[in-house]
Design a protein around this ligand. Structure first.
Ligand code: AMP
Length: 634
């Protein structure tokens, strides 16, 4: 048995001993009574009785040894700013933010919604929340008012932390009007809104509710706010993600299990060491941003780079220049970003000294072989694909470089990571597929390891029904991804089993986009599908049936309507969710029982075989879509 096989075996078969050792990586205020309480499956409680604090482990713990070392390096090519905070400075800023939040009434267990661009104050806010036991809920800054409103409604934050604007490609994007509209739409109203004024956009304040960060920070310049010790099972944050139904789910994460699972992953998977620099190009609005911009690197005593800007501005060498400047050892990005860089001058990959870099990790969407080859040859470094989800918080499949000698295989994110009892299951019978190269649903036998979701925020039933009851005949966690495993035990991910699409690494529910489009007064019915795209992995494609179809056939009128619908999606969900095209049809292909045949629409858009269509009600409906797609291609 290889070293890794034995390591993995122990993590599953001697679960409690394995994790009890790993938990020593962090500081505990009180040791736990039990390692894993799985008496009420599928709810796993890791380290019940133990007490700790995430901010203590990410910041305070390092002060004794590395107060003066870099902790947070902020680079904005949007505003041409660069700021470096040592652990001591980060500690001071986080305490100021914590004191301000407390002055606005935030207490342990309260929710704080963070709707922020990639600026240091966003990191301060996250760390300040967990410092005082408040539960943060970061909403991606690219989401617009509708998406934001549904999250405000569900999280019921006491305070919202935001800013005047984000910036993209040098153009300011005002946040405040979207935020005001979202609060107006939501039945829940925050008591206060704390605003960072970057001087990028007008910032009208609502009296009695809105407060500016800068003067409040001045008032609390010397604040000392001790960490509030919380139970290991206390929620540290919620992060909303899309699923099959329109309403996003609040993935709820614990404190203790998350802290030591991340700490372990920094050694076994990412191979980062204290005092080094980690650079993840993600956004704090996504799970990668939570785990590997903020918490993971800081818990490991590493400096972390927070980057605001595009990968190609001022030119396609910007990221590599940062690797050189800050001697980055571990880098984490997404395949789409690499595909964007692939269009730039390849000489940019050779222009900087990248000798510090050990490996580039890529995740979030399938990594195609040409992209992997291109970047691997260009950098001359190992490229390590890893597969995981918002729900799990850290990798499910990877090559654990820290404990595994195995070489990665192109196209595969690797093998099950320690702690994850991964199975491939037949989606019809629930039977385990033990042979090589059989396609099944990627599932995880409970309990989920530490750091994974505890439940859906305030909706235990949804947690059980969505994730644990989708495979017939057994209670097992479904990732909703198809996969196969080859004869060497490497997994390959083949796409989602549900209506989730992945656009440039951003996870979107087609139902959310459909709901937004259906809000247009002239739309009677709509189907949105994900279609393969060379750059973004997938793009959304919409087919709508109109109430008043008199414009059909008039190209100008159709384009106008398409533009209106796209604007509506931009306003409602944000440009990330905007379909690549909205096409108009007189009827949607459906089964005789009235279900829209999204899979068949998708197959037609991708020029694939549609498979069995015997249940289809009206074949002419699919033909309309075929005609539209063919006109586009001809
Ligand atoms: P998110 O929750 O936004 O991180 O999205 C998770 C989903 O992204 C997974 O369920 C997969 O469908 C997809 N995904 C993430 N990482 C990978 C990967 N390395 N290879 C293929 N698909 C991936």
């Amino acid at each position: 048995m290889s070293n890794y096989a034995e390591f993995y075996r122990r993590s599953i078969e001697e679960r409690d001993v394995f994790w009890a050792e790993e938990a020593r990586r962090i500081d505990w205020h009180r040791p736990p009574d039990v390692i894993c309480d799985y008496s009420n499956p599928p709810f796993a409680r890791w380290f019940p009785g133990g007490q700790t604090n995430l901010c203590h482990n990410a910041v305070d713990r390092h002060l004794a040894q590395r107060a003066g070392q870099n902790a947070l390096i902020w680079v904005s090519t949007e505003t041409d700013q660069e700021r470096v905070y040592s652990f001591a400075e980060l500690h001071a800023e986080v305490q100021r933010m914590a004191a301000v939040l407390q002055s606005l009434g935030v207490q342990k267990g309260d929710r704080v919604l963070i709707y922020m661009p990639m600026i240091p104050e966003a990191a301060f806010a996250m760390l300040a929340c967990v410092r005082i036991g408040a539960i943060h809920s970061v909403v991606f800054g690219g989401f617009a008012s509708g998406a934001l409103a549904s999250r405000i409604e569900d999280a019921e934050p006491r305070v919202i932390v935001s800013a005047d604007a984000g910036s993209r490609g040098g153009k300011a994007i005002a946040y405040k009007p979207l935020l005001d509209e979202a609060i107006a739409q939501s039945t829940h109203k925050p008591e206060s809104v704390l605003l960072v004024d970057r001087g990028l956009a007008p910032l009208p304040l609502v009296e009695g509710r809105d407060r500016l960060w800068a003067p409040l920070r001045e008032q609390h310049l010397h604040a000392q706010v001790p960490c509030v010790w919380v139970d290991a099972t206390h929620p540290s944050y919620t992060l909303y993600t899309s699923g099959t139904t329109g309403k996003p789910k609040g993935v709820q994460r614990d404190t203790g299990g998350y802290a030591f699972a991340l700490a372990a992953s920094m050694e076994y998977i990412y191979c980062g060491k204290p005092g080094e620099t980690y650079f993840s190009t993600s956004d704090i609005g996504w799970v990668v941003g939570h785990s590997y911009i903020i918490y993971g690197p800081l818990i490991a005593g590493m400096a972390t780079i927070m980057y605001e800007g595009l990968p190609i501005r001022p030119d396609g060498g910007i990221w590599w220049s940062l690797v050189e400047k800050y001697k980055v050892t571990v880098m984490f990005s997404a395949p789409t970003a690499i595909r964007v860089l692939k269009k730039q001058d390849p000489a940019l990959l050779k222009k900087y000294d990248l000798s510090s870099l050990r490996a580039l990790f890529l995740a979030g969407e399938p990594l195609d072989e040409p992209t992997a080859q291109w970047i691997s040859e260009g950098l001359g470094k190992p490229i390590i694909d890893n597969y995981w989800q918002t729900e799990t918080g850290w990798p499910i499949l990877a090559i654990c470089k820290g404990v595994d000698e195995a070489a990665p295989k192109f196209g595969s994110p690797g093998k099950p990571v320690y702690g994850y009892n991964v199975k491939l299951l037949d989606d019809q019978t629930g039977a385990e597929l033990t042979g090589a190269n059989q396609k099944g649903v990627v599932a995880i036998e409970g309990p989920l390891p530490p750091g994974c979701m505890q439940t859906v925020w305030r909706d235990d039933a949804r947690f059980v029904n969505t994730y644990w009851k989708s495979v017939p005949g057994r209670m097992v966690y479904s990732t909703f991804d198809w996969g196969i495993r080859d004869e060497d035990g490497y997994y390959f991910i083949l796409g989602r089993t549900d209506d989730v699409i992945n656009v440039a690494g951003h996870r979107l529910g087609t139902r959310e986009i459909e709901e937004s489009i259906a809000g247009h007064p002239n739309v009677a019915e709509v189907a949105v599908v994900g279609v393969a795209d060379a750059l973004k992995g997938q793009v959304a494609m919409a087919f709508a049936v109109l109430k008043d179809a008199s414009c059909l056939g008039d190209t100008q009128a159709e384009l106008r309507l398409e533009g209106e619908i796209m604007k509506l999606v931009d306003r409602d969900l944000g440009a990330v969710a905007r379909p690549a095209r909205v096409r108009f049809v007189t009827v949607l292909p459906k089964t005789r029982s009235g279900k829209v045949l999204r899979r068949a629409i998708q197959a037609v858009c991708e020029s694939r075989d549609t498979g069995d269509l015997t249940t289809m009600d009206d074949p002419a409906a699919l033909q309309q879509i075929r005609d539209l797609v063919q006109t586009k291609n001809s």
